[in-house]
Design a protein around this ligand. Structure first.
Ligand code: MOS
Length: 736
């Protein structure tokens, strides 16, 4: 038997089979099903697939930022021991279409260099060591051109970006200037944030294998294999049907692996040229230099309120940077559009064109940077108005989406703030600069978290075998987030199978297409596709039992109805039941405003002698629809909160002012928080179901945890010291 089930979210889905499932495993904090493989080193990451006769490729980056390549002295390294070839037959490896860039079909020879470190060649050898040695010796001659590297100097020439599907670049309502002039209390301040790197644990890596029919299999570390395969096909000038991406395990991506990166194109072209498989693993410094960065930002915040604290003016005008012609801009104001209401608003995004590394999506693009400004500005306004920061947010809670007046599908921001305040001991917060513990000044801060929810078209296939096993297959990925586990839970719950009898296969474009892991849409989208497939499986089991699906109970591998009990394997029959589910976005995302919410609380100590900041404890309270697995959801939020520590205190990607070259291009010099930087972190989820989001009633949490987390820390630093630093990260030199 087989069947398909497609649902477009045009209507709410008031009932969910997950609420009535007899298995009781949905929502439980089960251990990751892939955990044992990972801790034992048996999960196969991109560079670890055992491929016969593989040649090793090492990438070579440009030594100038802008200019033309005059010559590549390939012959001098071709004679080195073990070296096979040098390949430069590509226009550019470096543009990342998912980030807004265009990957052009390869042409003979690299011509123009667009930024320092851009990949210009790949050296192939019989061993990695030989390839690396030759890559270091390869001489490339450039005709260097003038470049633009000074953000501050070029601010006056910022361009208006083209329309974006994420957020309108420019939005204006009412008259903010006169509202500011007439406000009882106001602030007009500017925050800056630096460039950042995604800093995924696993570097970008690919193994390219062509078969005799001109079809490519690429073992890669990519978040969205379905669209990545299309991009790669386009870059290679072959039909999308000819490219298969295999990515069963991915060691983090945080946006840097949404689109294809240079190593996949280089490996594929080199493998085609050589007629044998090629493996290319980017060095950590190359991941920094030549994948993608989060843009630096400058954000002017203008907030004006009446005497009661109600906002009359809300301005968030931002500058970010990117390469010439790139469409992507960091959408800093994306959360500002719906976090608070005000009659007079101005939310703008402009781009400063720089010859720095491409900028693109990284960990909650928009909210991650934008909330560092908005939520500190709210803290500044609260201080200026003499109103408690939580009270100020209560006063400015919107009734509906301020842009469209659409109702919120769910919104529990105030409950998150109130429950967090009670749990954290917010009432013990003192006036700024007044609480001391030995040589440490102590402070508490709060910030809201908002993150828009997205649903993306996704498909999954569920096969119920005669042996009573369920096999779930989809081109969805697990980037460390827990996809394997939650999809097994959904299938187990709906089919009445213990999780041990569900096997989940991910990360292969031979499986039904999926939206992959990005934008926090993964669980909701791929989870819904598995749900829909299982709905069909249940219907077919009911048919086999000759009962209505509603009359059927599935539990412990058995179908129960009419005082009969039959094993579902037996009902599945010799061919099994194969069901495919497809979810698509529909009208619901327009008629309701869908987002996840939360509240961050932080307590810090600031050393009075050194100015050093130590986060002492953090609490995040979140409302994001149904929580599918309490443990993996909590881990996601802890990860986000930890990145909030990085954004507030440590992460700072520095460009050399002479050529834009990244100065701190490894994890020793680019500081993401390590264990000693991370204090006790608590996470609480409020009970919630979002019937407008999808049939499983779950919303995104991956990027919710970072939204506002750094602002809570910055606000705590202010509360500790009475000093407001608006230039992130808040390093000790700025605080002293
Ligand atoms: Mo995310 S920046 O969509 O991986």
């Amino acid at each position: 038997m087989s069947g398909t089930n497609a649902l477009t979210m045009d209507k709410p889905t008031p009932t969910s089979l997950l609420d009535t499932g007899a298995q009781g495993i949905i929502g439980k904090g089960l251990d990751r099903v892939d955990g044992p493989l990972k801790v034992s080193g048996s999960a196969t990451y991109a560079a670890e697939h055992a491929i016969d006769n593989v040649a090793y490729g090492v990438l070579v980056g440009s030594k100038v930022a802008r200019g033309k390549i005059v010559s590549v002295d390939a012959d001098s390294v071709r004679g080195l021991p073990g070296v096979i070839d040098v390949v430069t037959d590509f226009e550019t490896f470096a543009r990342n279409p998912q980030q807004g860039g265009e990957t052009t079909a390869p042409t003979q020879g690299v011509k123009d260099v667009q930024y320092f470190g851009e990949i210009v060649a790949i050296v192939l050898a019989e061993s990695f060591e030989a390839a690396r040695d030759a890559a270091q010796q390869l001489t490339v001659a450039y005709e260097e051109a003038e470049g633009r590297f000074d953000f501050d100097a070029l601010k006056g020439e910022a361009e208006k970006p083209a329309a974006s599907d994420q957020v309108p670049p420019h939005f204006s309502e009412g008259d903010i200037d006169s509202a500011m002039a007439n406000a009882a209390v106001s602030i007009d301040v500017t925050y800056t944030t630096p460039s950042q790197n995604s800093a995924a644990m696993e570097p970008h890596a690919s193994i390219a294998v062509w078969d005799e029919h001109g079809a490519l299999t690429l073992y890669g570390s990519y978040q969205m294999p379905t669209s990545d395969a299309q991009q790669l096909a386009k870059a290679l000038g072959v039909s999308a049907k000819k490219v298969r991406i295999v990515a069963p395990y991915i060691g983090g991506g945080f946006g840097s692996k949404l689109g294809i990166a240079p190593e996949s194109v280089a490996a594929a072209i080199a493998a085609r040229t050589l007629g044998r498989p090629v493996k290319a693993v980017m060095a950590r410094s190359q991941v920094f230099d030549a994948t993608v960065r989060r843009s630096n930002t400058e954000q002017r915040m203008r907030l004006g309120a009446d005497a009661s604290g109600k906002l009359t003016a809300l301005g968030h005008e931002t500058l970010t940077s990117n390469l010439p012609d790139e469409g992507f801009f960091e959408p800093c104001g994306i959360g500002t559009h719906f976090a608070y209401a005000a009659p007079n608003r101005q939310i703008d995004h402009d781009i400063v064109r720089l010859d720095w590394l491409l900028s693109g999506s990284m960990r909650a693009p928009g909210e991650a940077s934008g909330m560092l400004a908005l939520e500190c500005a709210m803290d500044e306004l609260a201080e200026a108005a003499g109103i408690d920061p939580i009270e100020l947010r209560r006063i400015n809670e919107p009734e509906s989406d301020p842009d469209t007046q659409a109702p919120f599908s769910t919104r529990q921001l105030l409950r998150c703030l109130d429950e967090g305040a009670a749990k954290f001991g917010w009432d013990k917060r003192g006036k700024a600069g007044t609480t001391r513990d030995g040589e440490w000044l102590i402070g508490m801060g709060v910030a809201a978290a908002v993150r828009g929810n997205m649903l993306m078209e996704s498909s999954a296939r569920v096969t119920l075998t005669r042996g009573g096993q369920a096999i779930v297959e989809t081109a969805m990925t697990d980037i460390g987030t827990g996809s394997y586990t939650i999809l097994a839970q959904i299938a187990g719950e709906l089919l009445g199978l213990p999780i041990e009898r569900v096997s989940v296969k991910l990360g292969d474009t031979d499986f039904p297409p999926a939206a992959g892991s990005g934008g926090s849409w993964g669980a909701g989208s791929s989870g819904s596709s598995v749900y829909l497939a299982c709905e069909t499986t249940r219907e077919q089991l009911a048919k086999a039992m000759k009962v209505d699906p509603e009359a059927l109970t599935l539990k412990d591998g058995e179908a129960i109805a009419d005082n009969r009990k039959v094993s579902i394997g037996e009902l599945a029959g010799i061919d099994g039941i194969v069901a495919t589910g497809t979810i698509s976005p529909g009208k619901q995302e327009k008629v309701t405003k869908q987002a996840s919410y939360g509240a961050h609380f932080a307590e810090v100590g600031v050393n009075v002698v050194t100015g050093e900041v130590r986060v002492r404890r953090m609490l995040g309270v979140f409302a994001a629809g149904r929580i599918l697995n309490a443990k993996t959801a909590r881990s996601q939020c802890i990860g986000g909160m930890t990145f909030g520590i990085g954004a507030a205190l440590t992460e700072d990607l520095i460009h050399d002012p002479r050529n834009g070259k990244l100065v701190n291009r490894d994890l020793a010099e680019y500081h993401v928080p390590v264990n000693a930087d991370v204090p006790q972190q608590d996470v609480v989820f409020l009970e919630e179901r979002d019937v407008h989001a999808n049939p499983i009633h779950a919303k995104g949490i991956g990027e919710l945890g970072i939204s506002g987390a750094g602002a809570a820390i910055a606000n705590a630093v202010y509360n500790a010291t009475g000093v407001r630093v608006r230039d992130y990260p808040l390093t000790l030199d700025k605080i002293l």
